[in-house]
Design a protein around this ligand. Structure first.
Ligand SMILES: NC(=O)c1ccc[n+]([C@@H]2O[C@H](COP(=O)([O-])OP(=O)(O)OC[C@H]3O[C@@H](n4cnc5c(N)ncnc54)[C@H](OP(=O)(O)O)[C@@H]3O)[C@@H](O)[C@H]2O)c1
Length: 163
């Protein structure tokens, strides 16, 4: 499954962007936020450098000098470190979502604490230089949508749960 080209996602589906925002932002407890955990290059690709309304945790092994811990961004050395940061703030954090990119997804989907995967399948051909990792067989499809169309592209949502 292709994923990204030259540091950017090569498609833009507004309905999928809205769903991503809703899934990662909405909480059942209005006093809490969700955490979004991402690799450093995914953070670099965000227009604002972080996602508002969520606790942003960035994984950087090299802790590059220009990566600054700010009010919006916590910096972690590994996925386990990121989960620890989210867990330590459980009075304020409801759920944690790993949002990419390809390198750190590979760690995330095999992590024992990963409960499921929200996948958007886009039916088109794109030239890409990064690929989504293979989904291990212990993930089962929990639900899937109809094929929908937006911005000229056919796509569907597939929700996997760890069995
Ligand atoms: N299609 C989609 O849904 C989607 C979703 C998210 C992102 N993306 C795209 O994915 C691209 C970025 O993905 P990417 O894979 O290049 O980078 P990435 O995973 O976002 O970031 C990689 C960086 O994160 C740190 N890191 C975290 N875990 C690591 C590990 N296990 N091994 C090595 N480094 C690790 C390192 O930072 P340091 O170098 O600072 O040590 C590494 O350089 C962007 O183009 C973004 O637009 C696409």
């Amino acid at each position: 499954m292709v994923f990204s080209k030259d540091g950017k996602i090569p498609w833009r589906i507004p309905a999928d962007i809205r769903r991503f925002r809703d899934l990662t932002t909405k909480t059942s407890d209005p006093s809490k936020q969700n955490a979004v955990i991402m690799g450093r290059k995914t953070m670099d690709s965000l227009p604002m450098g972080f996602l508002p309304g969520r606790k942003n945790i960035v994984i950087s092994r090299r802790l590059s000098k220009r990566l600054k811990q700010t009010q919006e961004i916590s910096v972690a050395r590994s996925l386990d470190d990121a989960l620890e940061i989210a867990g330590a703030d459980r009075n304020n954090v409801e759920s944690a979502f790993h949002i990419g990119g390809a390198r750190s997804y590979a760690d995330a989907i095999t992590h024992p604490d990963c409960a499921g995967i929200y996948l958007t399948r886009v039916y088109s051909d794109f030239e890409c230089d990064l690929f989504f990792p293979a989904i291990p067989p212990y993930y089962k499809i929990k639900s899937q949508s109809e094929v929908m169309k937006d911005a000229g592209l056919n796509f569907m949502y597939i929700n996997y749960i760890r069995s």
